[in-house]
Design a protein around this ligand. Structure first.
Ligand SMILES: NC(=O)c1ccc[n+]([C@@H]2O[C@H](COP(=O)([O-])OP(=O)(O)OC[C@H]3O[C@@H](n4cnc5c(N)ncnc54)[C@H](OP(=O)(O)O)[C@@H]3O)[C@@H](O)[C@H]2O)c1
Length: 316
């Protein structure tokens, strides 16, 4: 079958068919979404046949042999730590969600890692109704879901972005305020969902309320974080930082996100969409902060290539 392989760019090549385990379904992939982490932090030493990719949506072509999970013909959004960027992928039945007929599979493909991360991180903040929550890297994939989900949970959401242009669409997504970096915050915040790390995490930490908490989600800045705790004491910062890590299996959370999407209560925020022979262009745009939200790639079998987003870079 065909797959996107690194050599060193993302090109279409031939790889062996995946073989499902007993509790895995085989899915004909129609759309995949790219994530910063799988591109920027790709492990070394993977073989030439290795198929990367976490997020895909498509149609079950072989149900799990143990009788669990959806039947052949079911539309699904899927997650796994590899194998998404191919015509067919295998998926654990605990890491998928059924997608209703009226929902675009490209939109569903945008949900697994970014959407579930945002959902789980918002949940870890605890009750946030009426509380101030800062989202750093709010222009990105996780950030745009985090803004929407924190706003739905009743928070006063402050979206931190790199430039005014990167903030486009975030007010409509639920941000009450948009700031250019945590250092521009005027008042303290109860919660932080930090996707950037480095100096942005350090600055956000200084601006926590006494019982406040940072969920340290990511390091899109690629900068290590240096925190001056003495400065924090001088500034009376008493909050805490939790190192967030996505919890799997994520099928139940993905199911919730698909239901929000299906009800029109969650916007997949697709900032780039196109065919898979343009995957390198999509990856470059994502890594260079030119995608507003998710980059979604349609496979040739898809007949929905223009639904739900523009074909080409948006916000570049
Ligand atoms: N812990 C977990 O389980 C988990 C799960 C998912 C993702 N993550 C991590 O969370 C982070 C965000 O993921 P994502 O998928 O939302 O990424 P993304 O779509 O690329 O968004 C990252 C955002 O960070 C901002 N940013 C600031 N400095 C940057 C820099 N030097 N390079 C790139 N971006 C920079 C950008 O916003 P501006 O251009 O507006 O500044 C960008 O929109 C990544 O580090 C990812 O690895 C962690």
């Amino acid at each position: 079958m065909k797959a996107l392989i690194f050599n060193p760019e993302l090109t279409i090549g031939d790889v062996p068919e995946p073989e499902p385990g007993p509790s895995q379904a085989l899915v004909q992939v129609q759309a995949v979404a790219l994530n910063f982490g799988e591109l920027a932090y790709r492990p070394e030493g993977l073989g030439p046949d290795h198929v990367s990719g976490w997020d895909a949506a498509g149609i079950v072509v072989r149900a799990a042999a143990d009788g669990t999970g959806p039947l052949e013909g079911t539309r699904v959004a899927t997650f796994g730590w590899s194998g998404a960027w191919a015509e067919r992928r295998v998926v654990d039945v605990g890491d998928l969600a059924v997608v209703p007929d009226h929902v675009d599979l490209g939109a569903a493909a945008a949900l697994p890692v970014a959407g579930t991360t945002a959902l789980q991180a918002v949940r870890r903040l605890g009750p946030i109704r009426g509380r101030r929550v800062l989202v750093t890297g709010a222009s990105g994939g996780v950030g745009r879901f985090a803004v929407q989900l924190a706003a739905r949970a009743g928070a006063h959401v402050i979206a931190s972005v790199g430039s005014p242009e990167r903030g486009a669409g975030l007010a409509a997504a639920g941000a009450a305020e948009i700031v250019l970096g945590p250092e521009r915050l005027r008042d303290r915040v109860y919660g932080v969902l930090d996707n950037v790390g480095g100096s942005q995490l350090a600055e956000a930490f200084l601006r926590l309320e006494d019982d406040g908490v940072v969920q340290a989600i990511g390091k899109a800045s690629r900068e290590p974080t240096v925190i001056d705790f003495e400065l924090a004491r001088v500034r009376s910062a008493r909050g805490r930082i939790e190192n967030f890590n996505i919890s799997v299996p994520l099928g139940d959370d993905l199911d919730h996100l698909v239901s929000l999407l299906a009800a029109g209560k969650l916007d997949p925020q697709i900032g780039w969409r196109g065919p898979w022979d343009r995957a390198t262009e999509a990856a470059r745009a994502l890594l260079n902060r030119r995608v507003a939200g998710k980059a979604v790639i349609d496979l040739p079998s898809s007949n929905s290539s223009n639904a739900g987003g523009e074909d080409g870079p948006v916000g570049s």
